[in-house]
Design a protein around this ligand. Structure first.
Ligand SMILES: Cc1ncc(COP(=O)(O)O)c(C=O)c1O
Length: 389
């Protein structure tokens, strides 16, 4: 199996596993207990959260540990919009967001909020898939409670201009949330420099384990009032009750540190592998189209490749190349494969979206794997094209 689906999840780095194991087996004290084993766990958590805060340039006190980005997005969006002191009733988001944002805002719409979904720049433009800033500045108004814009897109890798978005948002006195799930650990994410008020991330996208994530809620420029969504023992300043996951938090901090330390070097390498795959596929398969921003325009995630075939559906290509893990431009639910809303938001037809696939190259991929994947993919495509012809 050649794993080329690093936007879906990543392999937990063995160094991260080593760092987390003692907190499962040897040091298992409840960090909320006052005895010595509990306090030992608590101090490990404090150190890990400090490390995370430094790496993201965020305040230690603003970090809330969660079970992952879905929970963080729910806490940020529902938490800000439904706080008893919140009088504003408008939310601004983007058509290409993850369902963990789109579905939460749609839910609030049913509860009486007005939601504006800003379009992205259309296919054919060099920065296709990036938020349309003109339409965005028209959308934000003085009734806007929250703007939620993803830092980087999980399908086409489009990177948002967060600083400009923050300026427009704050001009209207609204808060800015960013689902930075695909950005953290892959590109430089600096909460203070971007002036983002709330930020979601999850460890399993940057070589950490699944089930541990974080929300940054507030920065030193602005205090954010968040209504808790999980109520119970009052842990984490009452913002998210539940016993803290010591091993997971240590793992997230370790994974993030490893990513930040090797970011530039690793990005050069994954981009070389991605470019190699793209140029070989393009030479061998007629009519391939790149979806999303141009590869080296500065608005695309390293290692991301999303393309449309002219003649074969992505799902069929995946089935014909089972030795490779990649994903198709349709979210398959049972027999009915709906075309990706991200690709249709770019202006692609449903048919072109169905003929699309996404590759995510990551830390553990090698040039030999890319060459083998290329051979398998071309053979699978030839087989399907012959059948269709
Ligand atoms: C952009 C984005 N947001 C949110 C999520 C959900 O993250 P989690 O699996 O940690 O809930 C994902 C993962 O698929 C994602 O790519």
């Amino acid at each position: 199996m050649i794993y080329l689906d690093n936007h879906a999840t990543t392999r937990c780095d063995p160094r991260v596993v080593d760092a987390m194991l003692p907190w499962l087996s040897e040091h298992y004290g409840n960090p909320h207990s006052n005895h010595e084993p509990g306090q030992y766990s608590k101090s490990a958590i404090d150190q890990a959260v400090s490390k995370i805060a430094t790496l993201l340039n965020a305040d230690h006190e603003s970090i809330v540990m969660t079970s992952g980005a879905t929970e963080s997005n729910n806490l940020a969006i529902r938490g800000v919009c439904t706080h008893p002191r919140q009088k504003r009733r408008h939310i601004v988001t983007v058509t290409s967001e993850h369902p963990a944002v789109l579905d939460v805002t749609a839910d609030l719409e049913k509860e009486g909020f007005r939601v504006t979904r800003v379009p992205v720049l259309q296919a054919g433009k060099p920065d296709a898939g990036v938020i349309d800033l003109d339409r965005f500045s028209e959308a934000v108004d003085d009734d806007t409670a929250l703007v939620s814009v993803m830092w980087a897109n999980n399908e086409i890798g489009a990177i948002a201009p967060m600083k400009e978005i923050a300026e427009i948002t704050h001009r209207h006195g609204a808060f800015l949330h960013s689902d930075a799930t695909q950005a953290v650990g892959r590109i430089n994410v600096d909460v203070m420099a971007a002036d983002v008020d709330l930020l979601s991330a999850t460890a399993h996208k940057f070589y950490g384990p699944k089930g541990i994530g974080l929300l940054v809620a507030g920065n030193s420029n602005r205090r954010v009032r968040v209504r808790p969504q999980i109520i119970g023992g009052g842990q984490q300043r009452g913002l998210r009750s539940g016993t803290l996951n010591t091993a997971g938090i240590v793992a997230l901090a370790t994974a993030l540190q490893l990513c930040v330390e090797s970011l530039d070097e690793e990005n050069v390498r994954v981009n070389q592998l991605r470019d190699h795959l793209w140029s070989r596929l393009k030479e061998s398969i007629d009519g391939l189209v790149l979806n999303g921003p141009e590869l080296h325009c500065g608005h695309r995630l390293p290692g991301n490749l999303n393309l449309s075939l002219s003649d074969v559906e992505g799902q069929a290509w995946m089935s014909a190349a089972p030795e490779i893990a990649f994903s198709s431009g349709s979210a398959c639910s049972g027999a009915d494969a709906a075309p990706s809303h991200v690709l249709t938001a770019l202006g692609l037809s449903e048919s072109a979206a169905r003929r699309s696939v996404r590759f995510g190259i990551g830390r553990f991929n090698t040039i030999d794997q890319i060459d083998s994947a290329f051979e398998i993919l071309v053979a699978a495509h030839e087989q399907l094209a012959t059948l269709a012809g």
